[in-house]
Design a protein around this ligand. Structure first.
Ligand code: 26Q
Length: 813
């Protein structure tokens, strides 16, 4: 294991003083907190660089295979605490900082979140960088250095508005420009085929050249030798500030070209689980793919002198279909730049690439207009046509005459490019992200492909960077764990299982309750400071935090709250368990229904807050936390007692928030969807609260025609809720939502809220009874959840990928 040498408090102090003096011209007495933050980050970066260089030499010497993780999103959040923890330099730094009258805790607050992602997929990529380094796997992530990350959410009168997320001032101290690794990415222009000596060759002319300049960020492993590198590309005009047009006085044109080029890395598209076929997004995708592959291949060629060995030395991962153009781009580099024969190139390509699917929602499947692709990427379009021609030829041999099948599997169809089909055909491995999801893709959206090449299909269940979500976010719980089972779980999360032995130890169970209470108080303080909102830590914290989406069914949660509110309005003396329902969610900017649901929750919250009867307010509180992000999540997960994982079964590919709640001891109320299924298997059905239709039952109800009014007619409580929606909250009617729940045409509520309502409320009821009547048993279930959460560490996920998909070995000498 790598140890940071000579980094005692005295040395740390000298280094920090050096940075302050050199970069800000101030002494430790004069420096602001922001200057301290930056000086400490620079000191940490130096350590990371040294560790990385050493590891790099080891990898080189061992001629080890590397993994390259291509992803349009890395939702990193903050980095300082994570690197300080993983490097084990917390104590020295804190001692040094104390002598200046500051502390790490204070500096952590100076760091903006790097919000270069929407939600689960982006956070998964970030968790994987940490786990890869901690598992001693040589890994590099590739993405875009968006100037603006995911928008900042402001809620005005219940309506979400989006503000730019300005993260670079404060975030850029982590980034090191590597101008020496700049590549050129070509767009637009035309293709012609010419006969040359070696045969037919393709010429590409009149193209536009964009420069991709990388910025590197390092992520240290924990208890390991490795550092992962995340390389983020910035777009700039290759012929920046064209003096020719400048001297002609055409200054504006030159500026416009610069702006157009820079637009590519300007902003992250804020939609998740929804496809939008915008030209700029296509450019972003190709920009990422082309720069990254040029980089990977030129380095391989430099190291080994041939690209024939690429599949032995490099695994390139396509994270969802967003970087699927890696398939034709890799072919292009092999064919056009390195003169490979088609078949050899295709072999190298498919043996190197692997693909993960993250959704089965039809509206999320990427299909690009072929004419857009041919205009922006004419050479890539040519290669796609050839890939498809050969693929369809093969299909024709395998399934002669089965036109329907061939047309379903074709990569190009109806003038669109189907990115999922491309990803499957161009990869040697296709995986889903939970057992259920991996089965569903084989039997539904990718059924034809599964029948064609079953050996490609596999599952890797998602995981979380448990050191971030447990060790760093919940030191109080870790102190208890350390007392009971030692500290080994930080390196090996499976050792959390040893905690189960304490499930009859009354003093441990009591401490679990006390720790939860402390975390609730801390969160209440955080909410007060951030949003001026009062939360009573004596109430149960029931939390749904994730992107706002119809399929995740925040609306189902709201319906249940409305029913509780109605009951209390009928009888304010009702003896119920006092609860605070906490929501945190951003909606895609153009997603009206999601914004309507958000508005409903906010107005319901306000209506309750304004209720004149304190007996009601004491028992029911609803809080909508503004601008939910990674940092807020780190405060919220440890404070949660009930975790809402209530998507319609079959729709949530995995979920990873569910795992973060679990490892912090929340009890889950959830459907048998995504990773919930495996959570239930591991913790045991007595320790999780499962409700609702199962995935196959959902399909059956939908096939037979989902009839919302039959549920409505049979359930007086539901009728009352719908009535309340129409009457409205805080002076605003939500009749549109009532109509959405009940309508049959043009479409019924596709996520069938009413079908699961009864089972959902009954399960809530059961949980409340348990919490009130047997708090010890509640804490016992909490303990069992913590003990069973080890499997959901990203350390295990990346080990699965490394062994079963990438063919990597760990370098732990
Ligand atoms: C695509 C094209 C154009 C614009 C945007 C997009 C786009 C962007 C982000 C499409 C999808 C996403 C994100 C999807 C996502 O986060 N999926 C989640 O992935 C998690 C990690 O595997 C799972 O746990 C969740 O179940 C899944 O919803």
């Amino acid at each position: 294991m790598y140890e940071v040498k000579n980094f005692n408090a005295k040395e740390a102090k000298t280094i920090i003083e050096g940075k302050l003096s050199r970069f800000f011209g101030v002494t430790g007495q004069e420096a602001t907190t922001d200057q301290f933050y930056k000086a400490v980050v620079m000191a940490v970066r130096d350590i990371l660089l040294e560790k990385r260089n050493k590891y790099h030499q080891t990898v080189k010497k061992a001629k080890a295979k590397r993994v390259y993780y291509l992803c349009m999103e890395f939702l990193l959040g903050r980095s300082l605490k994570n690197n300080v923890f993983n490097l084990g330099i917390e104590k020295s730094l804190n001692e040094a900082l104390a002598s200046f009258g500051t502390s790490l805790e204070e500096l952590y607050e100076m760091e903006p979140d790097a919000g270069l992602g929407n939600g689960g997929l982006g956070r998964l990529a970030a968790c994987f960088m940490d786990a890869l380094a901690s598992g001693d796997y040589p890994a590099m992530g590739y993405s875009i250095r968006y100037e603006y990350g995911l928008f900042k959410q402001k809620i005005v009168d219940g309506w979400q508005t989006e503000l730019p997320d300005i993260w670079l001032p404060g975030g850029e101290v982590w980034l090191t420009q590597r101008a020496d690794k700049t590549f050129t990415v070509k767009f637009d222009g035309h293709i012609r085929e010419v006969w040359k000596e070696g045969g037919m060759q393709v010429e590409y002319f009149d193209y536009q050249e964009i420069e991709a300049v990388p910025y590197d960020m390092m992520i240290s492993g924990y208890g390991s030798e490795a550092v992962s590198v995340l390389r983020l590309w910035t777009a700039q005009n290759k012929h920046k500030f064209d003096m020719r047009s400048f001297s002609q006085g055409d200054y504006m044109r030159s500026m416009q070209a610069d702006n157009e080029a820079e637009l590519i890395s300007k902003v992250l598209y804020p939609s998740d689980n929804h496809f939008e076929g915008k030209s700029l997004r296509l450019k972003q995708q190709y920009f990422l793919v082309s720069a990254s592959l040029q980089n990977i291949l030129s380095e391989h060629l430099h190291r080994y002198g041939t690209l024939d060995t690429l599949p032995d030395m490099a695994a390139i991962h396509i994270n969802d279909t967003h970087p699927a153009l890696a398939v034709p781009e890799l072919m292009r580099i092999l064919l056009d730049d390195n003169y490979f024969e088609w078949d050899t190139a295709w072999n190298i390509t498919t043996s190197t690439l692997a693909y993960t699917n993250h959704t089965v929602l039809a509206e999320a499947l990427e299909t690009w207009a072929e004419d857009l692709v041919s205009r922006r990427l004419p050479r890539i379009h040519g290669i796609l046509k050839e890939i498809n021609r050969r693929f369809c030829d093969d299909l024709w041999k395998r399934f002669p005459g089965d036109w329907n099948k061939i047309s379903r599997m074709s990569i190009l169809s109806h003038n669109t490019v189907r990115m999922a089909n491309l990803s499957i055909v161009g990869s040697h491995s296709v995986n889903g992200v939970s057992e259920l999801h991996s089965e569903i893709i084989k039997s539904s959206i990718f059924r034809d492909f599964y029948e064609y090449t079953p050996e490609k299909f596999t599952n890797v269940t998602n995981g979380i960077a448990h050191r971030r979500w447990l060790n760093q976010s919940n030191p109080e719980l870790c102190a208890l764990l350390n007392d009971c089972i030692g500290e080994g779980y930080a390196k090996d999360a499976s050792r959390l299982a040893e905690f189960a032995k304490f499930d009859r130890d009354e003093s441990v169970l009591k401490r679990i309750g006390e720790i939860k209470r402390i975390k609730k108080e801390q969160f209440a303080e955080y909410a007060k400071k951030k949003q001026g909102i009062e939360i009573d830590p004596n109430t149960v914290f029931d939390v749904q935090a994730k992107r706002m989406h119809e399929y995740k069914r925040q609306l189902l949660n709201a319906l249940h709250i409305i029913s509780c509110y109605n009951a209390l309005r009928d009888d304010p003396n009702l003896d119920v368990l006092p609860k605070t329902y906490i929501f945190g969610a951003k909606a895609a900017a153009g997603y009206d229904m999601a914004k309507q649901i958000m508005k409903l929750i906010c107005f319901l919250a306000e209506d309750i807050r304004r209720n004149p009867d304190p007996r009601i307010r004491e028992k029911l509180n609803v809080v909508y936390m503004e601008n939910y992000n990674v940092t807020m999540s780190e405060a919220l997960m440890p404070a949660s007692e009930i975790s809402e994982q209530i998507s319609l079964a079959g729709k949530e590919a995995s979920g990873t928030g569910n795992m973060k709640f679990m490892i912090n001891g929340a009890l889950t109320i959830g459907t048998l969807d995504g990773a919930n299924v495996e959570m239930a298997e591991r913790v045991g059905e007595d320790n999780i609260f499962i409700f609702g239709l199962k995935a196959d039952e959902v399909d059956e109800v939908w096939r037979n025609g989902y009839n919302s009014s039959s549920y409505y007619n049979h359930d007086a409580e539901l009728r009352r809720i719908v009535e309340s929606l129409i009457v409205g909250f805080n002076g605003c009617s939500f009749a549109e939502i009532a109509n959405y729940l009940l309508r049959k045409s043009p479409v019924a509520d596709p996520y069938m809220c009413l079908a699961d309502y009864e089972s959902y409320t009954q399960t809530h009821h059961k949980m409340s009874e348990l919490y009130r009547n047997d708090p010890t048993e509640w804490n016992r279930k909490s303990l069992r959840n913590i003990a069973a959460a080890g499997y959901f560490s990203a350390d295990r996920s990346v080990r699965d990928y490394a062994e079963r998909i990438w063919g990597l070995k760990r370098l732990d000498k």
